[in-house]
Design a protein around this ligand. Structure first.
Ligand SMILES: [Zn+2]
Ligand SMILES: [Zn+2]
Length: 645
């Protein structure tokens, strides 16, 4: 019997018989405790089941339960178990499509005449539990193209047959779980007993292969973990996320609305949402001005020729709306603000002395998104970027990036985000500009990040074709990550628009252009803020800071007076002077998440004061109206005075 040499990284080499399954080899190489954590392995670049026989020398990298891949294997295997359970319960009338693992879980798509509902979940979960207990192994089998065709024709699995058509010439594998055979690449768990904690979550419609011309399938989503505690933690987080869903809170708090009559993905900001947005915009503009930016306003449409010059018509047209004719000239809605800022640049001859030019705009852009991809405020068809473009000399690049990062983190921190994941994306395969410039720009980004003392990961080859970039993802209260800020160096547009400036040498040079958005878009950022704060915004940007509640009708006139005084001082105030019980009005103000209630009875009226009730239910001693105004202003000032710039 031939022998082979196997080892794991940093482990000792071992001679074993050729053809032994991975599982048995790992039993030799690992301790008992370690072995129990392993659910698959890499050999070279490929991933294998533990049941795979090894017939060549191999450097093995075990995949453990606590790794991302380990979870993916569990979740994908659970999808197979779910498909088998569905087949067992509902018979051959159900056609199976695909069942991958996804972030935080898995799904499987089915075609069935009747609809699945969450009421079916208990039965499916119970059947899954039985399958787990029966401890079936996942049996892998390689098939020829013809064998695979024959097998799934016999089972009349139309979607599998379509998938097989795309696999001609490749190794086709099936995995068998008891009587259930599925077309799959693997890898899977050794057997079903590993699946100890799972839950089905929801059902939704999905087109076969994501194409709206295809059949509508039913997608059942679920999740799985290696232990019950982790599952419970995840389910709690899902519950919490549901409560914080910005679409739901947006409605409850009257912040924004979307209507069919207006069009999908188009936001109507209601007075409270508009107030919230105004406060964010004002703050943003002030901070930019203080940091050396000038503000611009530019139009929403431009001649189509502009988008030809910018390259958007060639590279970005699928995201742009069709053109309109104005005086026989084609115009298009803007998907980006950049060419307009370039227009401002080109309105004068530029000298090196005026650099850097920092121009910021809350610029509203329109981009086509598929209807199915739209999602509340997070993905819309018209949105306002907190955009800016910086034109500078090559020797200023690093300092400009450093300044952007400082302003960026300062603004995010003021809004309550102090945990980030930062990525530096480098040169992709297809790119414009010369290599030396790329290298210089990438180094400038690196240097700026390091000088600022920020940890970052490199995303190799993930830069935009026109230059390297930094992306910042913020972490919210639930630990979820949200793509937010982006800082991009651009060699392309200055070239396309033939931008130039006169250098100290009296010659013409090409400036470097930096694109950056800190919040991403106001819509998206506000969506994240709503979920981060669960609608309970900090005093400085909450749309309503206080609400006046009278105890009886006798105080109405005094309340009106107080209301006007406070409003005139710029405090965002409401009044609830209805003839209702005080407790009822307090409860409503709580539901509306208003930080301060000003309770006014006879005592307050007599003494010309207000009693301030805080969100935690505590009352402060009665204070003069002017005192309350000072208190609110001071608290807002302090909140905006965060360190970190
Ligand atoms: Zn599979
Ligand atoms: Zn831009």
């Amino acid at each position: 019997m031939a022998e082979i040499t196997v080892k794991i990284a940093e482990g000792e080499e071992l001679q074993v018989k050729a053809g032994l399954p991975l599982k048995e080899i790992l039993a030799e190489l690992l301790s008992n405790k370690q072995r129990k954590q392993v659910v698959g392995a890499h050999i070279g670049a490929e991933t294998f089941d533990l049941t795979t026989p090894v017939s060549k020398d191999a450097l093995i990298t075990p995949i453990t339960k606590d790794s991302k891949e380990g979870l993916e294997i569990l979740r994908h295997s659970t999808a197979h178990i779910m498909a088998k359970a569905v087949r067992d319960l509902y018979g051959k009338n159900v056609k199976i499509a695909i069942g991958p693992s996804i972030e935080n879980g898995f799904y499987y798509d089915f075609l069935r005449d009747d609809t699945f509902s969450t009421d079916d979940f208990e039965a499916i979960e119970n059947r899954m539990t039985e399958i787990v207990k029966e401890r079936h192994t996942f049996i892998r089998k390689e098939l020829t193209f013809e064998e695979a065709k024959a097998l799934f024709s016999e089972q009349d699995e139309i979607y599998k047959l379509e998938l097989i058509d795309g696999l001609e010439g490749e190794t086709i594998t099936t995995y068998q779980l008891d009587d259930f055979i599925d077309l799959c690449r693997g890898p899977h768990l050794p057997d079903t007993s590993f699946v100890q904690a799972f839950k089905l979550l929801r059902v939704a419609g999905a087109y076969w292969r994501g194409d709206e011309n295809n059949d509508v399938l039913q997608r059942i989503y679920g999740t799985a973990f290696y232990d019950k505690k982790a599952l419970k933690k995840h389910l709690n987080a899902l519950e919490e996320a549901k409560k914080r869903d910005h679409r739901r809170l947006g409605k409850e708090l009257d912040l924004f609305t979307m209507q069919d009559q207006i069009g999908p993905g188009l936001i109507l900001w209601q007075p409270k949402g508009a107030q919230l947005r105004r406060l964010i915009e004002d703050y943003w503009k002030d901070e930019h001005y203080k940091s050396g930016y000038e503000l611009l306003y530019t139009p929403h449409i431009a001649r189509q020729d502009l988008w030809k010059t910018s390259g958007h018509l060639d590279f970005y047209s699928e995201n742009m709306y069709s053109s309109m004719d104005i005086d026989d000239v084609a115009y298009q809605l803007k998907p980006m603000n950049c060419p307009f800022h370039i227009g401002v640049y080109n309105s004068h001859k530029r000298s090196y002395r005026e650099f850097p030019l920092r121009w910021a705009e809350l610029g509203t852009v329109y981009r086509y998104e598929r209807a199915g991809a739209l999602h509340g405020l997070l993905r819309v068809r018209g949105f306002t970027q907190d955009d800016a473009h910086i034109f500078c000399r090559p020797d200023q690049l690093e300092e400009e990036i450093f300044n952007i990062l400082s302003l960026n983190l300062h603004i995010l921190k003021t809004f309550g985000f102090s945990e980030y994941d930062i990525y530096l994306s480098t040169k992709p395969e297809k790119y414009v500009g010369d290599d030396t410039n790329w290298e210089k720009a990438t180094n400038a980004l690196k240097q700026a990040l390091e000088k600022r003392g920020l940890a970052y990961a490199i995303d190799p080859g993930e830069g935009v074709f026109y230059g390297p970039k930094i992306d910042i993802k913020i972490k919210d209260q639930l630990g979820r990550s949200w793509q937010c800020s982006t800082i991009q160096v651009d060699f392309n547009l200055p070239d396309r628009f033939e931008l130039s400036y006169t250098g100290a040498d009296n010659r013409e040079h090409q400036p470097i252009m930096i694109h950056r958005a800190l919040m991403g878009s106001l819509e998206r950022f506000i969506g994240v803020l709503i979920e981060h704060y669960a609608g309970k915004f900090p005093l400085w940007f909450t749309p309503v800071q206080a609400r006046i509640l009278n105890i009886t009708d006798d105080q109405v006139t005094y309340c009106e007076k107080v209301y006007h005084t406070i409003r005139a001082a710029g405090i965002r105030i409401e009044k609830d002077l209805r003839n209702e019980k005080l407790n009822y009005k307090i409860r409503e103000a709580q539901v509306a998440k208003i930080p301060y209630m000003l309770i006014i009875g006879e005592k307050e009226k007599e003494s010309g004061t207000v009693t301030v009730r805080q969100q935690d239910g505590k009352n402060l001693p009665p204070m003069a109206v002017a005192e309350f105004i000072d208190k609110v202003n001071e608290e807002c000032r302090q909140a905006k005075d965060v360190q970190g710039k």
